[in-house]
Design a protein around this ligand. Structure first.
Ligand code: G3I
Length: 495
């Protein structure tokens, strides 16, 4: 990967030829390490290199704070409303829904092309008074109604929902947390997930919790067992959120990577959802670096969200746990985080934990020859809008025109290349993940199986290329393979 950030140029005065050559040689040697790696200048851009996002918890009432939004807009490409989507905020009176503050955050993000994490649909805490006083069937129904109404309102806008938050007890019991929701029956969590799936089939559905970062802790194992059970029984769960609030009582442990990879091996994505690390200086910076490296080592770790922007924005401001100080200056922890994200670049990552399906046929046309990819239902071709060559441009259906932005070459290592050096790339692995173009690298989110049944499946995700409609401009996404015509494509060789 070549650095996209150029070293600052300095004008050389007149020198002898040999002197110039010597300086050039020294410069080349000293720049080699940085040229060998990507060097993006912001957290979001650095994370995007490996197909991940970097987000922040955002408070609606701070969007008018210029210092705050300057950092937000510069550094991040995903948001989580810190409090504005919680039950007390969105349904203050039963069946009276208010989305104003949440909408301000969602619109701020979507208008800039960022992701939104929805937080949270079902939780024992921050319930409005009317819900706190409910129990039994009435509460169960009210909870399901809340999940359905809120997820429906935001349908199509949310990348990942924290469907259920913090449902397990701390300590060594491995038990569910006692709460009014738990007392409606042990199946309340799966009921919430099913309601969320029905309401917004395109969003990734996450279980989110804290003190689940250390692989040896009973709470971690209890959540792991629940997720395994859900996957075995077909309960619709796509991801697990690790809040990752680290401090002296809940310190970072090097087995965190094992935690992330073990959950991913169950067939779910993992996300770091509320990261903050109390401390300062080098110690804090090193822990941030370790957390980032652990995420980067797990292909299904989609992204990282820090729980606030400046230390003064934190729910634990006294612990100075964030990446920017009270004045908005970058801390040592920021530099360590950025460097870690950049050091990954788009380089190889470990083999995915859930293998994709084996290709059942080679595509029409021989490897190396260009084809158009034609949708069986639409008759339209997979097209790069406006012949863009920018990383992250989402592909669409469009009338076939045999031009270079519809000309794809299936390579022997299962990439679908356009313009020679750009690849069809999955921006995530869950249902609804965007399919885009990105500079080719060797990761499995750029590898595709072209199957004899007409589907094209992502090696990383196992999911099918899928389109929402047959129209010009219909976006291409990943979705669970369902045997329907909107997931059928053929590679038609271009003469
Ligand atoms: O806005 C009101 C203000 O008008 C009022 O005067 C003041 C009086 O206490 O309260 C203000 O609301 C507070 C709100 O944060 C906004 O600052 C609430 O009291 C306070 O309870 C609330 O705390 C939030 C906390 O969740 C509630 O559980 C934190 O901001 C928020 O960061 C925190 O986030 C949670 C995640 O949702 C779940 N994981 C843990 C994480 C940290 O606790």
């Amino acid at each position: 990967m070549i650095s996209r950030t150029r070293p600052s140029g300095r004008r050389l005065r007149t020198l002898s030829a040999s002197g110039t050559a010597a300086i050039v040689a020294v410069l080349v040697v000293s720049l080699l390490p940085s040229l060998a790696q990507a060097a993006e200048a912001t957290l979001g851009a650095a994370a995007t290199q490996s197909g991940r996002y970097f987000g922040a918890a955002v408070a609606a009432n701070k969007l008018g704070d210029g210092a705050y939004t300057t950092i937000l807009n510069r550094e991040f490409n995903s948001v989580t409303p810190e409090n504005e989507m919680k039950i007390d905020a969105t349904e203050p009176q039963q069946n009276n829904f208010t989305f104003g503050n949440a909408d301000r955050i969602v619109n701020h993000a979507l208008s800039r092309g960022w992701k939104v994490r929805g937080h949270t649909l079902a939780w024992h805490s921050q319930q409005p008074g009317w819900m706190q006083n409910m129990s039994g069937t009435a509460l169960r129904n009210a909870m399901l109604n809340h999940v359905t109404r809120v997820a429906t309102y935001y349908r199509g806008k949310i990348d990942s929902w924290d469907v259920v938050n913090e449902a397990f007890a701390d300590g060594n019991s491995g038990a569910r947390r006692d709460s009014n929701l738990q007392r409606t029956g042990n199946d309340w969590i799966e009921a919430a997930f099913r309601a969320a799936r029905s309401a917004d089939p395109g969003a990734k559905l996450c279980y989110n919790d804290y003190n689940t970062d250390n692989w040896t802790w009973a709470k971690t194992q209890a959540v792991y067992n629940m997720v395994r059970d859900f996957k075995q029984r077909g309960v619709p769960i796509d991801c697990v959120g690790f809040q990752s609030h680290f401090n002296a009582n809940s310190p970072y442990n090097s087995n965190y990577r094992t935690t992330l990879s073990s959950f991913a091996a169950l067939g779910v994505d993992v996300q770091i959802t509320e990261l903050d690390i109390e401390g300062s200086g080098t110690t804090q910076a090193n822990t941030y670096r370790s957390v980032v490296n652990d995420c980067l080592a797990v292909p299904r770790c989609n992204g990282i969200t820090v729980w606030g922007i400046r230390d003064s924005d934190s729910w634990r401001s006294g612990g100075t746990p964030l990446l920017f100080d009270n004045s908005g200056n970058k801390k040592q922890a920021y530099t360590a985080t950025l460097d870690a994200l950049n050091s990954a670049g788009p380089g190889p990552t470990p083999t995915p934990t859930t293998p994709g399906p084996t290709p059942t046929a080679t595509p029409t046309g021989s490897p190396g020859s260009a084809s158009e990819i034609v949708g069986a239902q639409s008759g339209r071709c997979i097209d790069v809008p406006n012949a863009s060559r920018s990383n992250g441009t989402r592909v669409q259906l469009y009338d076939c025109n045999k031009q270079s932005n519809q000309s794809w070459t299936y390579t022997t290592n299962r990439q679908l290349r356009v313009y020679g050096d750009m690849c069809l790339d999955a921006a995530g692995s869950g249902n609804g993940a965007a399919v885009q173009i990105y500079s080719c690298h060797n990761q499995t989110n750029q590898q595709w199986n072209v199957n004899s049944n007409g589907t094209i499946t992502g090696v990383q995700s196992g999911r099918c290329l899928d389109v929402w409609s047959t129209s010009n401009g219909a976006q291409v996404q990943l979705y669970d393979c369902n045997g329907q015509a909107n997931q059928q494509f053929r590679l038609a060789p271009l003469a």
